[in-house]
Each structure stands twice: as C-alpha cells, then as structure tokens.
Design a protein around this ligand. Sequence first.
Ligand SMILES: Nc1nc2c(ncn2[C@@H]2O[C@H](COP(=O)(O)OP(=O)(O)O)[C@@H](O)[C@H]2O)c(=O)[nH]1
Ligand SMILES: [Mg+2]
Length: 416
Amino acid sequence: MTDVVSIVEGLDLVVGLAQDHLHPDDVRAARGSALIARGRVGHLGSTLVLALLGGTGAGKSSLLNALAGERVASTSAVRPHTTETLAWIPGSAESSLRLLLDRLEIEDRVEQDRFPDLAVLDMTDVDSLVASHRRRVEELLPAIDVGVWIFDPLKYADPIVHQELIASNAHAADRLIFVLNQIDTVPPHERAMLRDHLIDLLIADGIPHPIVFEVAADPPSGPPTGIEMLVDHLDYRLDEKRIHLSRIIEDVRRVARAVAGATGIGGGGSLDFEARWDAYRTRTVAELAVHGPTVTVYEEAMRSLDQLILRLSVDAGGPFGTRIRQSFGPDRLDTELRQAVDLMEGAVPRSRRGHGALDPERRAEAADILDGQLQARIGAPLREILWERAALSAMVTGLAVDASMAESDLIGVVPE
Ligand SMILES: Nc1nc2c(ncn2[C@@H]2O[C@H](COP(=O)(O)OP(=O)(O)O)[C@@H](O)[C@H]2O)c(=O)[nH]1
Ligand SMILES: [Mg+2]
C-alpha cells in the first residue's frame, strides 16, 4: 500500500536530486511545498488515529470498549490500572500506522474490523503532576489526528489538569476533543450546567471552540450512551482528513510536474545515449586508427562529435541540456579529441613512407588506445550528467505513480 508518508518522502528525494538543476526560485518553491507537506501535523496515513487521554479512572479503557462494542481493554475501579498503551487498529491498516506504533513504542495491538479507518490508542493514564507524562502528551499530539481528553464529573475542573495538560497544548486545539464521561452519575438537571462549566474552563485554557461530548461509556446498567454522536464526529474528522491528504497529494503532484517541466525530463529519461555514443565511437575510432589524423578525418571526427553533443543537449532540454552544451563546448571537444589522438599517435607511431598505414595488429592497438581515451575524456563525464538526469526522471515518474496510488487508497478505489 502506498501512503502519503512515502510520497512525502519521495518528494523530499526529488527536491534533493533536482535542486542543482533548477532555478533557485523553483528550488525554493519546491522546498516550500515539501516542507508544508512534512509540516502538516497528524498521522499521514489513511487511518484516523485517535488517542484517548486522561487521568486514572476517567474512563479511557471503558470508552475504547464502548467504541469497540466489546471488551478489548481491561477496566478497573482499582487504580492505577492501565500500565501499557493498547492500540486497537484495523487489520488492514497501512504500514505507516504500524511504523507509527513502533515509533511510539506501543506493542499491545488488537486488530479489529469494526471501523476499517479508525485506530484508537488507549493511552496509559496521564498524571498532571508527573513531568514525563506531560512530555509524552506533547510529543504524541503532533503524530496523531485526534486527541480525546476524557473527564469524569468529579475531577473535570482540576486546575492542575487544565493548566499543565490542556492549556499547555492549546496550540493543538484543532486536534483535541473532549469527552465528559460517566454522565450517568450526574442528575439530568445538572448536566447542562456541568457541561457549560467545562466549556468555560476549556475556553479559559485557550481552546477557542471546545467540542464536548457527554458519554456514559460503562454505566452500571444498560448500554453505553452518547457513543453514536462521537462516532459521527469521528466520521466527519475522517472525511476532513481525506480532503487534507488529497491536498498534500495534489501538492506533491504539482511539485513533481513543476520539477519535470523545469528540468526538461517530461519526455522520459532515456536519450538513447549508449547507442548513439557507441555508433560515434566505433566509426571515429575506426577512421582515425586506419587513416591517422589527416585533416579530413580529424575534421569529420570533430564535426560529428559536436553534432552528437548538440543533439543530446537539444533532446535533454532544460538545465541538463544547457549543462551538456556548456561542459562540452567546441573548444573542449577539440582539446580532448586532439589529446586522445596525440596519445594514440605517440604510443603507436606510423611511418610517413607507408602513408600512415599500420599493420592490422598495430592498428588494433591504436584503436584500443583511442577508444579508451574517448571513453574516459568524453563518454564517462557525459554519461554522468545523463545518469543524473535519468535518475531524476525515474524518481519523478515513480513519485507521480505513488501519488496516484496513494490517492486511490485514500478514496478506496483500486487503481486501473
Ligand atoms: N458509572 C459509570 N462508571 C464508569 C463509566 N465509564 C467507566 N466507568 C468506571 O470507571 C472505572 C475506571 O474506568 P476505566 O475505563 O478503567 O478508566 P481509565 O483508567 O481511564 O482507563 C471502571 O470501574 C469503570 O467501570 C461510566 O460511564 N459510568
Ligand atoms: Mg485504562
């Protein structure tokens, strides 16, 4: 499964490979998009990742059980109870979700098929007085999609919880929702007041529009209440997340297109270089080895080399084309060819009396020397530029394919 994480990584790679070949403005724009895509918080996979947060006994595990419709997590009136975080995840979850759990060191994982796009992390209890708990929440929030803060009617107003855990995470307000659990223990006529009070406290914490659900996750009698509204809200968050991820994918596509356009690799990576270079070399080496560097033979070798460079540069186009033309201007070509020929002639001199003719064995020796020289002086450095171009082209093509696959994973359509 290709997910948004891997295409954002691919985008980073493409931008890294392309940066030497692009105009600084284009590099800046591409880097900007890569950074924005990276900087978008939340889990970048297609599953909505929810973390249940709250103090001991608030009802985190009970809420997970209510969502699951069965007893997944053990709950207890005896505290503290939950010692390990438990992840309740879709059996079909994307690999990046498993990587996220690895990163968060969550080993207890229960697979489910009730909500195919929802992962719930029943976190260990958060004690507002323990600094490491605070840090854990702060580190967790950017990696997940929704933090569900669970309160019980007795301790919901604890000033330390509000200051240390909620106000300090107010910057993540758009990813926090709140559950007032054990609502069955509150007389009906007091519920509205309790809820309003909690909302006021949250606003004072810096949460501008607190979203609060009243729930009884594990009432002593009867089924849980208030769960459907929570599930509806999660559905809505999932839709919102899909839109958000589609935007990232679209951004990545746009950058890939821009890079392809700016680097002239739109038409594909191969310029048939090896075949063209072989043809040139075979012909030129044969002519020069047989006839020696007469004016006509040398000029023809120069002319066709210049033409080969020109064609490659036109076909490559963009900055790679320019680089080829600039690195292999006529003066350099003349110098390299002249030196290659001089080396051949120095190593295998031909007699003037024989009109430059060499016996077959010496001719083969001369051809070998010239061939090696041409490869080293022109073929290898030229190939290096073209390989860079081909690598970038392959990356961009791969990225476009990955983006399409990520998009179809997201909307649940099998790619054609
Ligand atoms: N009356 C009532 N008790 C609840 C409710 N939800 C949880 N509890 C009880 O509260 C205790 C602690 O719940 P638990 O889910 O273990 O809390 P956690 O520590 O946050 O995971 C357990 O005994 C639950 O049965 C509820 O909605 N109503
Ligand atoms: Mg628990």
